[in-house]
Design a protein around this ligand. Structure first.
Ligand SMILES: *Cc1c(COP(=O)(O)O)cnc(C)c1O
Length: 417
């Protein structure tokens, strides 16, 4: 054995995380993580923390669903639990309008495939029971699209993303819910980007039986913690009747960690797998921060600052095509078309962490997760304007004029208070 594989200590620099996610974790959350003592996963305070998180999650989702808890991992971990109720041969209609719902569509195809269908194309199966409805990048899934597809296919399950982060588009969950109810489909929603940003209560959507989100976007708890999920009794009855091909991502078995057994709140406990007191503390603190501010106030704050950023980049000659309030997706001024990745790379090299879109056409994405202050938006706007000017193209951003417009926006808002 040589020692050649021992590397120097890993140092990761602080950047401005101005992308679609992860969001900038609050120092209070990081403090909660490091202030936690080592305790085993059966320690009374760890168990109590998990039960308290469960109750706070019900408030965050706006639900009385007993089966509301966190799944250890990233957003796709929670989605894997939710989509785990889909079994081989199940009929599904999935609406896809960007990178993330596209991956969800793949998960659905993997789960709904029969053994033969999986063997025929193991990594990208095309099961006959799944209908993928593709909506072009940059467009929302509308009520008409959903109604038409569910009326025609009458599937057992229907799937949609709430906020498609790949293209920055909000999809119509009200119409999705209504169509699910009308056509008897069980609705499943990827709420990875919307939970903790938009003010919505899932109990207002009874046709949607399963919801999944993530730790690192609106919940702002990147120290890899828990992906929030919530399932209605209707969904749980389905899993009880038909099962799920997983132990660790089983919607019913996973709930036991959080003190949910047989549809009842019970004291947590009983070993299933090892949860981390550090993660539980961090997650607990992140939920406390969001609930203390309140969903409504938080949603309003995002809308207000997104508007400032949107107007500023529009004044630079960019065309904004998104309608999410945590993310601005834009086309650069015409003379810079085709140079989006170059501009993004330049910004990233300077610690300004914006993103391109991952699906075509290539656009620029600027996110504001936990960057919702006048100072942060002003800094983002100045850096982005500079990045355009640094491209040396035949387009110049008048930074002073942009700054004056931004100041005016904030001054007017202050005066109105
Ligand atoms: C970010 C995102 C995901 C994936 O979340 P991870 O935490 O990266 O696993 C899935 N769906 C949507 C809509 C997202 O925005």
């Amino acid at each position: 054995m040589s020692a050649a594989n021992i590397f120097p200590p890993l140092e990761i620099p602080e950047t401005i995380a101005a992308g679609p996610g992860p969001g900038n974790t609050d120092p209070r959350v990081l403090q909660a993580f490091v202030n936690t003592g080592l305790a085993d996963h059966m320690h009374a305070d760890v168990l109590r923390g998990m039960v308290e998180c469960k109750h706070m999650l019900r408030d965050l989702w706006g639900t009385n669903n007993i089966y509301t808890y966190g799944v250890g991992g990233t957003g796709f971990s929670g989605l894997d639990v939710m989509l785990g109720a889909i079994l081989p041969g199940d009929s599904v209609v999935a609406f896809i309008n960007g990178t993330f719902s596209g991956i969800d569509g793949l998960t659905i195809r993997l789960k709904a495939s029969t053994r033969e269908e999986l063997a025929a194309n193991a990594l990208d199966p095309q099961p006959a029971s799944v209908t993928i409805i593709e909506v072009p990048h940059g467009q929302s899934v509308t009520g008409e699209i959903v109604e038409k597809a569910l009326a025609e296919h009458k599937p057992k399950w229907a799937f949609m993303a709430h906020w498609e982060t790949g293209s920055g588009r909000i999809n119509d969950i009200r119409s999705f819910n209504d169509a699910c109810e009308k056509h008897g489909a069980l609705g499943l929603v990827d709420a990875v980007s919307s939970l903790g940003i938009e003010d919505f209560s899932i109990d207002d959507y009874p046709g949607i039986v399963g919801w999944a989100s993530c730790p690192q976007k609106g919940v702002l708890c990147l120290p890899l913690t828990y992906a929030p999920v919530s399932f209605s009794d209707r969904y749980i009855a389905e899993v009880k009747a038909n099962g799920c091909h997983s132990y660790v991502h089983n919607p019913i078995l996973e709930a036991r960690h959080w003190g949910v057994v047989d549809g009842q709140d019970v004291a947590a406990g009983g070993y299933h797998r090892t949860h981390s007191g550090y993660a539980v503390s961090a997650f607990h603190e992140a939920l406390r921060i969001t609930l203390a501010q309140g969903r409504t106030a938080k949603a309003r704050e995002y809308a207000f600052h997104e508007r400032a950023l949107r107007d500023a980049v529009a004044a630079m000659g960019c065309e904004v095509t998104s309608n999410m309030t945590s993310l601005v997706v834009l086309n650069l001024p015409g003379v810079l078309a085709g140079r989006e990745k170059e501009l993004v790379q330049n910004c990233r090299a300077q610690g300004f962490g914006i993103w391109p879109t991952l699906s075509e056409p290539v656009q620029v994405r600027i996110g504001i997760l936990n960057l919702v202050t006048r100072e942060a938006i002003t800094d983002i706007v100045a850096r982005f304007g500079q990045a355009i000017n640094d491209m040396g193209a035949d387009v110049t951003v008048d930074q002073d004029a942009i700054r004056a417009q931004l100041d005016d926006y904030y001054q007017t808002a202050l005066a109105a208070e």
